[in-house]
Ligand binder design. Sequence first.
Ligand code: PLP
Length: 392
Amino acid sequence: MVQISAAMFRLGTESAFEVLARAQAMAATGKAIVNLCIGQPDFAPPGHVIEAAQRALAEGHHGYTAAPGILPLREAIAADLHRRFHIEIDPDAVLITPGSKVALFYTLLMLGEPGAEIIYPNPAYPGYESILKFTGATGVPYRISEESGFSFSAEEVLSRVTPQTRLVILNSPANPTGGVIDKTQLDLLIAGLEEHPHVAILSDEIYSRIVYDGIPHHTLLSYPSIRDRLILLDGFSKGFSMTGWRLGYAVFPPDMVQHARRIAINCHSCVTTFVQYGGVAALTGPMDAVNHMVATFDQRRRVITDGLNSLRGVTCRLPAGAFYAFPNIMGTGLKSAVLQQRLLEETGVACLSGTSFGAYGEGYIRLSYAADTEVIEEAISRLRGFLAANAA
Ligand code: PLP
């Protein structure tokens, strides 16, 4: 028998992919499925991005690039961060990766090991817990609560710091809650972390372009006191609707960037060359497509939130960012995982249980509104019928 390493049994999965597979299998048997479980925009990438990638192919960009990524893309990222946040970063601090998930994996490989503690949000993107456990590190969750507007308490996070803490993970705007970190709590957290210089901070800002109501995105790059231990994660999947292109990046502090490059050389070599040229076009070209997408999400978030609030046993906050609604379903009397399963099997609506994102997700489900308004309305109508018959 093949002997699999113990670490493999600590690696989790993303139930979104499992629910999607079940929904697709049901659709193949003729069931009318309403799919609100996937975390990807339902828009095409901007046309000029596709053209730039096609041009790169036609112009013969077929070989490997340098492992950190092509300089024009790293320069475009530095210029974009300067334009949006007035921040100076060195293009040499940037590592281009095949999706931001890979930069997350590398960061956790660099910092995680048995005996190390990593503080992370719960409920949150499942990759954090799964990958940190894979490295042998101990996961120390902090709560993302509805009462705090799906933000966190700085006091709670700081109370979890010990001499063994290697890393604190933050994500805003957030998956699965659609929450945006409260600036007061963020200021308090950073001030507190100044007392703990041994702790690195990973800020996952993959949804940074998808915020509503004119609220500015607060990047952690704007806190000079932690810049020497901050890892910024971002990418093109969500903001430019380029999930399948696999293009993301991290900005590493000087102590980490050499290690990150060495892992890249050992693992992915470089990101697909013509995809990197598409990335340059995304950041340097017109932003109309992105603005249109965000304006459309803005309209849909109101439709889905109003719809959910009209259902028996359900209440929903208006999401402040990303494209997820995270309604409280405690009033239905049903557990989150049961509701997820019964909604799919009995009504054909695919959504995710809050517990897919951690134990504190109990009492919630996640619905992605990266879908047409008619699809969202159909989902609400099916939920209404189901809850009228089944809610407590
Ligand atoms: N971080 C968060 C919070 C996410 O929701 C996702 C994708 O769902 C990722 C990272 C990974 O995105 P990608 O690898 O496509 O850049």
